[in-house]
Design a protein around this ligand. Sequence first.
Ligand code: GDP
Ligand code: IMO
Ligand code: MG
Length: 428
Amino acid sequence: MAAVAVVGAQWGDEGKGKIIDLLAQEADVVARYQGGNNAGHTVVVDGKTYKLHLIPSGILYPGTQCIIGNGVVIDPFVLWDEMENLVQQGVDISGLKLSENAHLIMPYHRVLDKLEEAHRGDKKIGTTGRGIGPAYVDKVGRIGIRLGDILDEAFLTELLEVILPQKNKEIQFYGGEPLELGKIVEDYFQIGQKLAPYITDTSRLLNEAIDVGRKVLLEGAQGTLLDIDHGTYPYVTSSSPIAGGATIGLGIGPTKIKKVVGVVKAYTTRVGEGPFPTELHDEDGEALRNIGAEFGTTTGRPRRCGWFDSVMVRYAVRVNGLDTLAITKLDVLDQLPKIKICVGYKLPDSDEVLTEFPTRLNVLAKCTPVYEELDGWQEDTTSAKHLEDLPMAARRYLARISELVGSEISIVSVGSDRRASLKLNSIF
Ligand code: GDP
Ligand code: IMO
Ligand code: MG
């Protein structure tokens, strides 16, 4: 049995947490491969809500091994809080394993994230302010500090003696206050001691699990259009949420991934800045935000809302090689009389309809959507268990999405709770 990757196919917050939790019922291992505590994954079980930022959404099943891979950037204090919170809620976290090669978010990353955003002015990205971008910059710049490094106080001091003066210069360039070396060493060495029992070579663990036939889920954070290479650059995050990122972020070969599942919301949302062709500024957008409770899990910001964009999701099918889709939040559309799907884009002063997602940001920013309108179903779908339980118009909507984006659908979600799910095809 090889691994199954689960990725976001839009701009994040597609409901990955809910779908991973659902699939984790059958899995032995769940491994997160990129991002950091910019992510907010919500899992609802029997009315109880868990908000996860770093720990994989398989943690709620006792005995499931949950890996945070080398591709994740870890804020060790946020991670420790999350671990303690779960334990307080009675969750068994003994299956948690952390890659010794995962890079750390350092205090100067958080400071620089905010200073750089302020410096960009009206060109700001709208980051989560958690230090994610600056941490990945240092990783690529070869001046990052990894989880394994903080277990050795002398080695950590040696690294910071070179890195911190450089970071302090950057902070001062933006008018910020320099940070003190001694305190950082002390704080990070101490938290390293607490995390030490969980730190290991996770690539080895994961490959062994795959080789003996365990069922493994690879958990993506963010979404395809936030990918550093394939997203709406520069309004993206600094890692690779697409399926290809899983091999690098976990140390497994691409041959080990047997299936890629794309999580797709039945409409579109985005947090932060950047172009969004189907964004609604009217009462339909308000309705989606209110009914869908579209407020960020991490920052509480209202999410921008709009109609389903099949051009964008077809692009996500392509760059991830999606085999199948999990469609979430279908129930949010339950009461709408009419529902629109974007089937193409138009540019000003041209009659041509674009049906491929433009990769140049200044082109995308000028695109206006071409819509197809479908009848709504105006019926409650939240207790549906099988495709046949859904109203005909809802089935038509799903079939049209599947046809337009070129992928079959395996899961339909009709509520935040684990049980509010229709499994159409098996994933493992
Ligand atoms: P993630 O970042 O992709 O894991 O998604 P988030 O957890 O940030 O946002 C998805 C939100 O929608 C969460 O509050 C979920 O509890 C909720 N949710 C997930 N699936 C469904 C669904 O099918 N219906 C409804 N109404 N809510 C859902
Ligand atoms: P999950 O995993 C939605 C967005 C931010 C901002 C951009 C860059 O819950 O789907 P960053 O702090 O990463 O440098 O911010 O990316 N963003 C997300 N939007 N869901 C997320 O994660 C996100 N993580 C980052 O709003 O626009
Ligand atoms: Mg989220």
